[in-house]
Design a protein around this ligand. Structure first.
Ligand code: M6R
Length: 608
């Protein structure tokens, strides 16, 4: 989704190249247009266009914009196609005020009509453009810039993070947020605002969180936070971001996604380091709840499905996983003040997940969350949260976040299982021990199986579709393999519980159709062998992820990837998903796509 970065630097400094680098760090969010504005000698200069950052830079040279104050934006189109006119920044009639925005202004048409009637002319089809014009209008009534901005933002309905610069106060940046992310950075006499920490991580690790319904004024004197409603000043302590700026770079890997796949062993070790006290707090709330819902989107939802099965199997907890965008339809009526909603989100900014959480919270539910970005909106909405500790995930396709989410959820299920005595202490210890073995096991896949996966990817190139099948705890693994493959290679893919495939999907099978089985040697083994035979008999090309030494499935398969150790069933998704991530990555590369920036997708989806 849109990325924002603004900076107020020392007198004489040059903001443009700093904005350019910050926008580069925000590219992973997904975008289709780019723009920058800087102020020098009381004049705004804007450069913008549709296209990738480096394309727009090659066309206009973004780095020669003059002055120490400026704002940059990467836009992911919602209102108005990705063309020059709709790119941000957008300006007022006299080009004295420039605004960038992330989110959606729901009542923009009404405001636009009102302003057009007063003689304002609009250049774009965006909702954003009402903001500079409305500020211009209030300024013409003699208001200060700060007051005009505050009044404008208070008229907006919807979700937004807005940043404004103006020739009226050339050393100042004003910003505000409601539901869309915006954080502030404190440098040495220099100040930043951005959609996320990654943008200013190499400049400062000192950050201040802006809450919903707040605005901030950045100028050479510092940062001032005010309540949008009544301009009351807000005092807020700075926090220190622990992420290492190096970890947000590619470090020799061709793509962020590949680097993040390779980081999984470490990410898991870090995730498993979270103190037990947080799991105990989660457990108490879950055990006391009348109902438990897990809400999430995409990959995080698949992790939620694993969590739901694990909670049922070893903790005796019925926790239904619901796709966040369907939560209000499917589950909200059931929520009471005794309900627990467990939200899972890498970014902590996914609008559908936040909406589900807000709806449940309004009914008094307790919000628990598993998240990877401290300071995110989800963290602030939660009663208690567990930090996945996976480090920055830049690739649009989620990988290390998935495995560390599962590790957290399994540890949670084990904690509750132990407390409730649902399964034997021996079983729980086996699971916990196996969890601690997974980093080494993943490392061994990465060390020894990449060439085998590449071969499978080459063979899948040309297939019109690919199917993923699994059973039990590995139905979510199959779903995740499918999501990775289709979002990166654009090959339509299918995933099913293997047992369900004969109720319809099997009609698609013809000679050579690739069917990938996630088939560990657990108590689903016998039945999955039956499913493999059903597919094989109809000509499917069988690719199986199996435990080493599983001769039965090996003999039925055209290709296998072997996992060298036997694991308790519940832990297998964590490890068996890794070859599927690699498969999606290599198929995307073979097809000439960029796995870090799949078309039409954004890293954090901050609109409904
Ligand atoms: O930041 P979140 O975990 O809330 O993101 C949820 C989904 O948008 C995300 O997992 C998405 O499906 C990824 N593209 C999957 O690779």
């Amino acid at each position: 989704m849109c990325g924002i970065f603004g900076c107020v630097l020392h007198e004489g400094a040059h903001a443009a190249p700093i904005i350019h680098s910050a926008l580069k760090r925000l590219e992973y969010r997904g975008y289709d247009s780019v723009g920058e504005v800087t102020i020098d000698n009381d004049r705004l200069t804007v450069k913008k266009d549709s296209g990738r950052l480096e394309e727009v830079h090659a066309k206009y040279n973004l780095d020669d914009l003059p002055g120490p104050v400026g704002v940059g934006h990467t836009r992911w189109a919602t209102h108005g196609r990705p063309v020059y006119e709709n790119s941000h920044p957008l300006v007022d009639c006299k080009s004295r005020i420039a605004v960038v925005h992330n989110g959606i202004i729901e009542n923009y048409l009404e405001i636009k009509k009102e302003l057009e009637a007063k003689g304002h002319t609009f250049q774009s089809r965006t909702d954003t453009e009402v903001v500079p014009h409305l500020v211009e209008d209030y300024l013409s009534h003699g208001m200060s810039l700060e007051e005009a901005f505050r009044k404008t933002v208070n008229r907006l309905e919807g979700a937004y993070a807005i940043v404004l610069t103006s020739a009226e106060q050339p050393k100042t940046i004003l910003c505000a947020r409601q539901e869309s992310p915006l954080v502030l950075g404190l440098g040495d006499g220099e100040y930043y605002c951005a959609s996320d920490f990654a943008a200013f991580l190499p400049l400062t690790r000192k950050a201040v969180l802006l809450d919903e319904g707040e605005m901030a004024v950045l100028d050479p004197k510092g940062v001032k936070i005010l309540k949008l409603k009544n301009a009351a000043p807000v005092k807020r302590e700075a926090i220190t971001i622990t992420w290492d700026p190096e970890s947000a770079k590619k470090q020799g890997f061709r793509h962020f996604m590949l680097k993040e796949i390779h980081e999984q062993a470490q990410a898991l070790r870090d995730a498993l380091r979270t103190e037990q006290v947080y799991y105990d707090q989660f457990s108490r709330k879950i055990i006391e709840a009348d109902k438990v819902f897990i809400v999430a989107c995409g990959t995080s939802y698949h992790a939620g499905l694993v969590g739901s099965i694990a909670l049922a199997k070893i903790a005796g907890i019925n926790a239904r996983a619901v796709i966040a965008s369907e939560f209000s339809e499917e589950a909200l009526d059931l929520v009471t003040s005794k309900t627990v909603v467990l939200a899972i989100s890498q970014s902590g900014e996914t609008m559908d997940t936040l909406n589900a959480v807000r709806d449940a919270k309004a009914k008094g539910a307790t919000i628990l969350s598993v998240l990877n970005v401290l300071g995110s909106t989800l963290m602030r909405l939660s009663t208690v949260y567990i930090d996945q500790n996976a480090g920055p995930e830049i690739g649009v396709a989620s990988t290390k976040a998935f495995t560390s989410q599962i590790a957290v959820l399994l540890r949670l299920a084990a904690t509750i299982g132990r407390k409730k005595g649902e399964v034997s202490a021996k079983e729980i210890s086996e699971l916990e021990n196996a969890l601690h073995k997974t980093p080494a096991l993943i490392q061994s896949i990465l060390n020894t199986k990449v060439e085998d996966v590449k071969k499978i990817a080459e063979e899948c190139d040309g297939a019109s579709s690919v199917c993923f099948l699994g059973r039990g705890i590995n139905v979510p693994t199959a779903l995740e393999g499918r999501l990775k493959l289709l979002e990166l290679s654009y090959v339509p893919a299918i995933a099913y519980p293997a047992g369900e495939s004969k109720h319809g999907f099997i009609a698609l099978i013809e000679e050579g159709f690739p069917v990938i089985f996630v088939a560990p040697n657990d108590d689903t083994h016998k039945r999955i062998v039956g499913n493999i035979m059903e597919m094989k008999d109809r000509g499917a090309r069988i690719i199986s992820i199996i435990e080493e030494g599983d001769e039965e499935i090996r003999n039925l398969s055209d290709r296998v990837i072997e996992i060298s150790e036997s694991l308790p069933s519940l832990v297998t998704p964590l490890v068996y998903v890794v070859p599927l991530q690699l498969l999606a990555y290599y198929l995307s590369v073979i097809k000439g796509h960029d796995p870090d920036y799949p078309r039409n997708l954004a890293k954090s989806v901050t609109v409904e």
